[in-house]
Design a protein around this ligand. Structure first.
Ligand code: DAH
Length: 338
């Protein structure tokens, strides 16, 4: 049998095959148990010894060729099938449907932005648990037993363990960090906090805060002012004005609330700032010596500042959003704008 002639025959035969059944018949004809290849292999022992090896090699090469041809044909047949199945299945000639890209939630974006600003100033980013001890959330922060925010109504306590609660601010992470590290240190703490408030346009039982603090020898209120001034300009623009208003927090002394000039009316007075020209953005102060005592720091040697802000509030001011509930409703029409 002439192997070259068989090759030519195969090539012309495969051209005319246009169905899987036709291809199967082709396969059986050449590769089947009684097919052409089997016959060729059967011939080998009858050949003169010196011809057997080279004939065997030609048969093997032919077999490889047939296998390849079959595979190629299978591929083109299934492609053609897809192409021609318009209406009934999929038409691969149709333009594709682009998948929509997801995006970060506006709260995540603002939180990332705030953390990036502080990390450029040398603050490290630390996280703490949402279930906290009463000690870290209150006692360690110099919030006395009879302080109103200690009241069970203002904090979610765990049913199973009255010493554990859902943290009502990110400040307890100050205690965690200071207990495990010695000054100098500077950290920001982003995270979720919980308070049993009734939900309305400006309250949510869960929201986000970023806490920040720095401790070293000779840290002063000027360091706090400088740090927060850079922060406010980075978030709200370089023309923003900032003021410190005396306030009370148990864990800082002196304490201050920080306002920025209203970003809507630029300080003239409008409905957003309640005609005051100023918007409160955070609480801050110099860390109270009692807090240092709780973590075993030498109050004569070290001083530090701390601040805490609500992310939703910052995001609402930055983007002019008037209802906190929008952040938690997962309405894509809202989320897609960021
Ligand atoms: N923990 C306070 C709150 O949740 C915010 C705060 C105020 C944090 C002053 C501070 C601070 O570190 O110095 O309302």
């Amino acid at each position: 049998m002439d192997i070259e002639a068989i090759k030519t025959q195969i090539e012309s035969e495969i051209q005319s095959i246009n169905s899987p059944q036709g291809l199967e018949e082709f396969r059986v004809k050449y590769m089947g148990r009684k097919g052409v290849l089997a016959q060729l292999t059967g011939v080998i022992p009858t050949l003169p010894v010196q011809e057997r090896a080279s004939f065997g090699q030609q048969v093997n090469a032919l077999k490889e060729k047939i296998l390849l041809i079959i595979k190629e044909k299978q591929g083109s047949l299934s492609g053609e099938k897809l192409m021609t199945q318009k209406g009934s299945g999929c038409d691969i000639t149709m333009p594709g449907i682009a998948r929509e890209l997801g995006r970060l939630h506006p709260i995540s974006q603002v939180m990332d932005e705030i953390c990036t600003i502080f990390s450029r100033m040398g603050f490290s980013i630390v996280e703490g648990p949402e279930i906290e001890t009463e000690f870290n959330n209150f006692t360690g922060l110099n919030i006395p037993l009879d302080h109103p925010s200690r009241d069970a109504f203002d904090t979610f306590y765990l049913k199973s363990n009255s010493k554990l609660l859902l943290r009502s601010h990110t400040s307890p992470v100050q205690i965690r960090v200071m207990k495990s590290e010695k000054p100098p240190l500077a950290a920001v703490v982003p995270g979720k906090v919980y308070r049993p408030d009734a939900t309305d346009a400006s309250h949510s039982f869960m929201f986000h805060q970023v806490e920040g603090f720095m401790v070293d020898e000779e840290i002063t209120f000027s360091d706090l002012k400088g740090t927060l001034g850079l922060f406010a300009k980075a978030v709200f623009g370089k023309d923003i004005k900032m003021r410190f208003r005396p306030h009370f927090f148990p864990f800082t002394e002196p304490s201050a609330e920080v306002d920025i000039s209203c970003i809507i009316c630029k300080g003239k007075g409008c409905s957003v700032c309640g005609r005051k020209g100023w918007l409160e953005i955070l609480g801050s102060g110099m860390i109270h010596p009692n807090v240092f005592k709780h973590v075993g720091y030498d109050t004569k040697k070290y001083s530090g500042f701390a601040f805490g802000m609500g992310i939703e509030r910052i995001a609402m001011l930055k983007y002019g959003i008037d209802d906190i509930r929008l952040f938690f409703e997962n309405d894509l029409r809202f989320l897609k704008q960021f």
